[in-house]
Write a protein that binds this ligand. Structure first.
Ligand code: DGI
Ligand code: FE
Ligand code: FE
Length: 216
């Protein structure tokens, strides 16, 4: 597996971002690393994804649209009207073309870090959450609960993040990207399913068949 030169990537990224965004990128890299340790994701590749996730963030919005058109990256109507959303897709393209990342899972984690998508990979979920919970984030509600949950049950933490993001977007009258909504439905159903009792309809005999005899 390819090893990336992280200090070299940091040096290049630092020139592309404003100081605050660069600090956030480092924070997402280290928070992603902690989550990777906890949940068994690849530590090195998760750090690369965290470091580069916002590499297109500081490109002016009109240039984001122009670059997407130039490089054949599809721009939806919602993205055209909310061009900041494009920093994820364009970031994945830049990670590949400008930073030499050819790992599909890293590129996916960058591409989906803003809206999420139904059925994210482990690394995608980790970067999606690391971006939301890194220590310098302060504004979102329920951060303390979601931070804790991210180290207990990733799917549930993703669901809570999407739930709160949608609530925030609706309260501010922002246009919803369909991926944010579809992701929430997916994770919400997944969590309902997980917490449902396993075999409610199974007859009692089946459930205790093979169980050790009670000791008297
Ligand atoms: O780039 P960052 O600020 O680090 O974080 P991000 O890429 O997750 O972007 C966060 C913003 O994206 C936050 O203000 C919520 C917004 N967002 C997420 N999903 C949608 C959305 N904005 C709109 N308009 N529609 C969405 O579906
Ligand atoms: Fe972002
Ligand atoms: Fe970010």
């Amino acid at each position: 597996m390819k090893t990336y030169n992280i200090p070299k990537l940091e040096k290049k990224l630092r020139k592309e971002l404003d100081p605050e965004r660069y600090r956030h990128s480092l924070a997402v890299m280290y928070t992603g690393a902690a989550l990777a340790m906890r949940h068994g994701a690849d530590l090195h590749r998760t750090q690369v994804a965290g470091l580069l996730h916002d590499c297109a963030k500081c490109i002016p919005n009109d240039k984001k649209i122009r670059l997407c058109e130039k490089y054949g990256i599809e721009v939806t109507r919602t993205e055209k009207e909310n061009p900041f959303l494009l920093h994820s897709k364009l970031g994945a393209w830049m990670a590949k073309e400008k930073y030499g990342v050819d790992d599909e899972e890293i590129l996916g984690a960058i591409a989906w870090h803003t809206t999420g998508r139904p059925g994210m990979t482990l690394m995608e979920e980790i970067i999606f959450l690391a971006d939301y919970i890194e220590p310098m984030r302060q504004k979102a509600q329920n951060l303390d609960v979601i931070r804790k949950q991210a180290f207990i049950d990733l799917d549930r933490a993703v669901m809570m993040t999407l739930r709160d993001t949608l609530q925030y977007l609706k309260s501010g009258d922002s246009e919803l990207d369909e991926n944010t909504e579809l992701s929430y439905y997916y994770y919400s159903e997944l969590c309902d399913h997980k917490s449902a009792p396993k075999s409610k309809s199974a007859p009692a005999e089946t459930e205790i068949a093979g169980a050790p005899a009670p000791v008297h």
